[in-house]
Ligand binder design. Structure first.
Ligand code: SF4
Ligand SMILES: [Zn+2]
Length: 115
């Protein structure tokens, strides 16, 4: 998996964050529970279809919000828990995550037709 590829990086970051959350709250060290697996699969599907692709911001800063309400609530909970820990547990992904967090400031959202 190439971290320089925006979509691959986002999927990797997502998987790491959900795993951290599941390990802590669902006691699933070594694997993830079915709920967290469902959330991961849902998020992968959204990320693959993201209209911004290489310019993708982090979903929490997105002006589109393509997630279903229930999944958006779940992912927000995961991000609140894992986001601040990323820099300590996964520093490279954590730094990329901070950079990606500010991506919308530098892209022109009007360029995206379905926005
Ligand atoms: S919420 Fe926004 S950034 Fe995230 S996948 Fe959907 S469109 Fe892309
Ligand atoms: Zn879980």
């Amino acid at each position: 998996m190439k971290l320089s590829n925006r979509i691959e990086r986002e999927k990797r970051t997502l998987a790491v964050m959900v795993k951290m959350y599941c390990d802590y709250y669902h006691d699933k060290i070594g694997s993830i529970c079915s709920d967290c697996n469902e959330l991961t699969e849902f998020a992968y599907e959204r990320i693959n279809r993201c209209i911004f692709q290489d310019d993708k911001p982090v979903c929490s800063e997105c002006l589109v919000h393509c997630y279903r309400k229930d999944m958006r609530d779940k992912i927000k909970t995961v991000m609140r828990f894992a986001g601040p820990k990323m820099i300590f547990h996964h520093p490279i992904l954590g730094i990329w995550h901070l950079i990606d967090k500010h991506r919308f400031k530098y892209i022109d959202v009007k360029l995206y037709k379905s926005f």
